[in-house]
Design a protein. Structure first.
Length: 246
């Protein structure tokens, strides 16, 4: 059972299970789409199958972006993104296939659906940026925090536009456009800064040669560097003598 495995093993198993489910589901949807295009008339049924294929593919990308954060700092954001993306994808597919649902309560269902779509996109982008959360450069950290705040504000504005009954659209559009532009700017600039301003190696840091050797050994064994060194760190923690009592 997974409950008896170390934390890093459980995270790795969960990530692999998510990838396997995504690949299988997207593969089945793609096969169904090709079969429909080759052997059936392009009517309502074909449109629903192709729509389902597009939804599964799009939300699979969002889930993969969020799952990349599992086992790292801020993994709660990635886990929340996985849950939101999966639930939203299920709702969109349900709306595509259930005509009675659309005709009975289209307006609230439509609003909930687009709220989930906006949240899925926000979680996916935030998860990718949070992969830079361990960077020590002050410029990168400030830029990352600012961009994450802008993503949250943009998501809030989007949800407000979806659910609000009345909005002063001229003012709202200007504010929304400014926030969207700044968010896009941060999403591009922060990763670029992390490449141009690499973290300096402190006195106890790893040399490039040692880091390369660890990466090569982890690649040879088919695991990440974190998984490679985790047993050593665990043994060191257990073997450490207790601190003297003053």
């Amino acid at each position: 059972m997974m409950t008896g495995l170390p934390l890093h093993r459980r995270v790795t198993a969960l990530r692999r299970a998510l990838v396997a489910v995504i690949v299988v589901s997207f593969g089945l949807a793609a096969v169904l789409g090709i079969v429909v295009l080759l052997g059936a008339e392009l009517g309502v049924l074909a449109g629903r199958v192709l729509g389902t294929t597009s939804v599964v593919g799009s939300f699979s990308i969002a889930v993969l972006c969020c799952a990349a954060l599992l086992g790292r700092r801020g993994q709660s954001v990635g886990l929340a993104g996985v849950v939101v993306s999966v639930l939203t994808a299920a709702l969109v597919v349900w709306v595509i296939w259930d005509e009675a649902l659309r005709s009975a309560a289209w307006d609230p269902v439509f609003r909930v659906m687009w709220t989930g779509v906006a949240a899925s996109a926000a979680f996916a982008l935030a998860s990718l940026l949070l992969l830079l959360g361990d960077r020590r450069r002050g410029t990168v950290r400030i830029g990352l925090a600012t961009t994450l705040a802008l993503i949250a504000i943009l998501l809030g504005l989007t949800i407000w536009a979806i659910w609000a009954r009345s909005i002063e659209w001229q003012i709202f559009q200007r504010v929304y456009g400014i926030v969207a532009i700044l968010t896009a700017l941060g999403a591009v600039v922060v990763p670029v800064l992390s490449l141009l301003l690499p973290d300096g190696r402190p006195g106890g840091g790893l040399s490039r040669e040692l880091a390369a050797r660890l990466a090569a050994e982890a690649s040879r064994r088919g695991m990440t560097v974190e998984e490679l060194v985790a047993p050593v760190l665990a043994d060191a923690t257990v073997a450490a003598p207790p601190e003297p009592v003053p």
